[in-house]
Write a protein that binds this ligand. Structure first.
Ligand SMILES: C[S@@+](CC[C@H](N)C(=O)[O-])C[C@H]1O[C@@H](n2cnc3c(N)ncnc32)[C@H](O)[C@@H]1O
Length: 418
C-alpha cells in the first residue's frame, strides 16, 4: 500500500487505519507537549500563557485502530492544551490562563472537510472559527499570513508548529527560516522522509534544483551513488549530510534529529525538533530517552558530528537506541571526550556550563543531567574545577548546574596532553 493511502479521509467513508510509526510520532508530540507546558509555566507568578499552535499538515483528525478510534494530530494538540489547563491549575492557588489559538490546515479539501466534520461533533465545536482557524491550502502559501496573524495578536509569546509532511519537499527550508527569524519563541516538529529522498537519488541524479536547499549537489549524488551499496555507512553518512544542511539552513539554533522506522514503507523517517533554546532541546531529548527503543539515532550518542563523521568509517557503529546500556556507554564516552571539548572552548581558562550546552547541544544525545553528572565526575577526578556563578568554587561532591562555570584547574592532570 502506498503511504498516501494510509492518510485518506473523506466524510462518510471509513477512517484510515493507523500505523505503528504514526502512533509513535503522535505519542512523542503528546508527551513533548506535556513536558513543554509544565516547563513554560513553571514560574508560579505567571498569570497568562499565550500560545499559537500550527498544524500545517493536519489530515482529517481521526484514525481507526482495531475497533477503536485514535486521535490524529489536530485533536492531539487540542487535548494537550486541555490536559495542561487541568494539570497545571490543580496545583495553583491563583489559576493560570492558557490562551491558545490553533491554525489547522491541509492542502486536501476532503481532509479539511473531514476534520471540520469531526470537530463539529466534539467538545471543541464552539471554538471553530474563533480560536480554531481551519484553512485549505499548501502550507508554504499559507505560512506568511499565519506568521503575520501571530505577530499581530501576540507581540510576545510562544508558537509551536507541527509540520508532518508526507515526503520531503512540502516544507522548504525557506518556511523554517520564516518561522525562526520572525517569531519570538517558536518550536517545530518536522517529519522528513530522508530515505525516500536517498532512494530517489540512488538511481536518479536529475532534477536537483528543489533539493539543493538540503545540500544535495551533483557531488553529493555521485558520492552517494558510490557508497549506496554500503547500506550502513553510506546511508548513515548521506542521512547526516542532509540533516546537517537542514539544521544549517533552517535558522533554528537547536536541531534534534531522530529516526523512526516505517514498517509499511520499509524506510527510516526523520523526526526533528527545532528550537532556539538549549532547554527546549533538553526536554525533547527527555521524551526520546523515555520512549527508548522506538527511536534511533545513528552512531554514537555522546558527541557526534552531523554530516560526515569519520568515526563512522572506523567503527560503523550500530544505531544508538536510548536504552539503559546505551546510557552507560554514552556516559563513559563523554568522560573521555568532554575534557578536550571543554578545554578547547575556554576563553581565559573559563567556560560557562551554559556556553558548553549551547556548543554541544546539536551534537549529543545526552540530556543536560547526564552532562552534569559527567562534569561532576571530572571535577572529583581533578580534571576540571567548577565555580559558582557568584564566585567561589564548588565542592566536587556538589551537583553541577546550568549556572556554573568551568575552570581550567591549576594542577592539570590529563589536560597536559592536549
Ligand atoms: C502525514 S499526513 C498528516 C497526518 C496528520 N498530521 C496526523 O497526525 O494525523 C500528511 C498530510 O499532508 C497533506 N499535504 C500534502 N501536501 C501538502 C502541502 N503542500 N501543504 C499542506 N498539506 C499537504 C496531505 O493531504 C495529508 O493530509
Amino acid at each position: 500500500m502506498s503511504k498516501e493511502n494510509n492518510f485518506k479521509w473523506k466524510v462518510g467513508e471509513p477512517l484510515p487505519g493507523i500505523e505503528a510509526h504514526t502512533e509513535r510520532k503522535l505519542e512523542v508530540i503528546e508527551q513533548y507537549l506535556d513536558v513543554y507546558f509544565d516547563t513554560v509555566t513553571a514560574n508560579r507568578r505567571m498569570e497568562t500563557l499565550r500560545i499559537t499552535i500550527v498544524d500545517g499538515f493536519c489530515g482529517g483528525g481521526l484514525y481507526q485502530r482495531g475497533h477503536e478510534t485514535r486521535y490524529g494530530s489536530p485533536f492531539a494538540l487540542l487535548n494537550a492544551v486541555e490536559r495542561a489547563k487541568t494539570r497545571i491549575n490543580a496545583e495553583r492557588h491563583k489559576p493560570l490562563e492558557i490562551v491558545a489559538h490553533f491554525y489547522f490546515s491541509d492542502a486536501n479539501a476532503l481532509h479539511m472537510a473531514a476534520l471540520r466534520h469531526e470537530l463539529s461533533k466534539s467538545e471543541f465545536s464552539e471554538q471553530v472559527g474563533d480560536t480554531i482557524v481551519l484553512q485549505t491550502g499548501e502550507f508554504e502559501v499559507l505560512l506568511p499570513r499565519i506568521i503575520a496573524d501571530i505577530k499581530k495578536r501576540q507581540r510576545q509569546g510562544r508558537s509551536f508548529f507541527v509540520l508532518d509532511q508526507w515526503g520531503y519537499v512540502d516544507v522548504p527550508v525557506t518556511c523554517l527560516q520564516q518561522i525562526f527569524s520572525n517569531l519570538d519563541k517558536p518550536e517545530a516538529i518536522l517529519t522528513f522522509s530522508i530515505d525516500a529522498l536517498l532512494n530517489y537519488l540512488r538511481t536518479d541524479g536529475s532534477g536537483l534544483e528543489g533539493l539543493r536547499q538540503f545540500g544535495i549537489s551533483e557531488e553529493f549524488v555521485s558520492t552517494w551513488q558510490t557508497l549506496k551499496d554500503d547500506e550502513k555507512f553510506g546511508r548513515a553518512t548521506a542521512q547526516r549530510t542532509v540533516m546537517e544542511n537542514l539544521r544549517k539552513n533552517s535558522g533554528a539554533h537547536f536541531f534534534t534529529p531522530f529516526m523512526m522506522y516505517s514498517k509499511t514503507d520499509k524506510r527510516w523517517m526523520l523526526l526533528a525538533h527545532l528550537s532556539k533554546h538549549q532547554a527546549a532541546r533538553d526536554k525533547m531529548l527527555s521524551v526520546h530517552w523515555d520512549k527508548q527503543n522506538h527511536f534511533r539515532h545513528i552512531g554514537r550518542g555522546s558527541l557526534f558530528e552531523l554530516g560526515f563523521d569519520h568515526r563512522l568509517i572506523e567503527s560503523k557503529e550500530s544505531l544508538f537506541s536510548f536504552r539503559d546500556e546505551d546510557e552507560v556507554t554514552l556516559l563513559g564516552e563523554l568522560e573521555n571526550e568532554l575534557p578536550k571539548r571543554v578545554m578547547d572552548n575556554m576563553t581565559d581558562d573559563i567556560l560557562t556550563v551554559e556556553q558548553l550546552l549551547s556548543q554541544i547541544g546539536n551534537l549529543t544525545a545526552a540530556q543536560n543531567d547526564m552532562i552534569f553528572k559527567v562534569l561532576q565526575k571530572l571535577s572529583s577526578d581533578g580534571e576540571i574545577e567548577v565555580g559558582k556563578k557568584d564566585g567561589g568554587k564548588k565542592k566536587a561532591s556538589t551537583r553541577v548546574e546550568v549556572s556554573d562555570i568551568l575552570i581550567r584547574p591549576s594542577q592539570r592532570t590529563l589536560f597536559t596532553k592536549f
